[in-house]
Design a protein around this ligand. Sequence first.
Ligand code: ADP
Ligand code: MG
Length: 461
Amino acid sequence: MGVADSSVQARIGHETQLDAERLWTDILDYVRPRVSREGFDTWLAPTKGCKLSNGTLEVEVPNSFFADWLSQHYSAEVRAALSGVSQQELSVSFRPRDAVDTGVLIRRAPVRRPTTKQDGHRLQPHLSFANFVVGESNRFAVAAARSVAERPGANYNPLFIYGGVGLGKTHLAQAIGNLALAAKPGLKVYYTAADDLFLELILAIEKNTRLEFKNKYRGLDLLVLDDIHYLVGKERLQEEVFYIFNSLHDAGSQIVFTSDRPPQDIPALEGRLASRLGSGLVVDIQPPELETRIAILKQKAAMDRADLPDNVAYFIAARVRTSVRALEGSWVRLLALASLDGHPITVRLAEEALKDLVREEEPFDHNRIIKTCAEHFGVTVREITNGGRTKQLALARQVAMYVLRSTLSLSLKEIGGLFGNKDHTTVMHAVKRVGDLRIKDPAFASRLEKLTKEISRGEPR
Ligand code: ADP
Ligand code: MG
């Protein structure tokens, strides 16, 4: 959390463009880790601080649609950022660039293809009930899911599945779609995640195809809407989801939601679904207990046609407790190690395979970030933190500062403190320089991405 930075305050009042630019960059760096990546890239990345005067920071945005969207959807984050970087009263105003540029949104929208009817149901066949290991932690959820898949629209509608990251929500929700479709091949089933729905909506608004968008959803028999916690704070998307939900529900079609939290923790949603959640069912998936973790490992091994001895399965399951995804990750690593050198799968080899993983499960703190950056550039932690001045050291240091900022959201001052009390402006320049390099130089960008992945668990979403 950004500690108030007195030097940033002192700067306020200098009505230069540079200050406005820097202050906004600072604010964006604060906001970035707190919003979705798509959201950030779509709405915040194309903005620029352009003027700072009388306590107002003017931010240039591509058009008036952006201005409205930003103030409706990101004002809370921006406000929090403002109090993070400055104690002084400050406000932000979004100023549309006054060119004729209605195409901006389309150009900026990520290159992911919009989902259309021809894309099919978007189910992955391997995410089936057959491949889903049942244990105490998910027994009830699986039973409910099966019953919904067997008679969509008839039993529990909507079915709301919630649970932590990597515990099998997407798998189970997809399994419902797969089973329902297998039972009734003509069924109109569709899977989408809330963030994809959001992109689709943006495109529909831009291209004036709202009607097609609505019709596509209205005609479904079974809709699986994954990760709806993404709706939090997105009024417009919420509207759209309610519309879709209501028309499907009225038509007796089945809806399956997944979320990382229960409905009552998505207040806007619960308020409006309340009466209808009554006709549905809310189930949760808990982290798997030891026996289930062992069974999952054994199942993965069987799917890979590999022999996993009981004692090795136990060894891994006892250590990797956080999520099924992490469990899968460790199995994949172990299998890779074994097949690389033709070793048998033993506890010793598992120990070797888990070495990195255990490191990943350590709390990820600033020391580790600096150490990893230093290793990455082939320099020592001392050299980075004690102000050596070679080009290589300077870059390593700037990258470390950037990563600290973007992953831990430390304040400029706190970061400066880790590098022999560097001034906050030095840190700010470092962050900006690395940010610029990242945009200009794709090789650098991918190197940075690799480094960040290495630092932050490295687990795919
Ligand atoms: P979530 O959507 O909750 O984040 P996923 O459904 O993507 O999690 O699950 C993460 C990985 O773990 C997937 O590869 C999934 O197949 C696997 N997985 C999760 N739970 C189970 C289970 N009970 N049995 C087998 N595999 C599972
Ligand atoms: Mg998921």
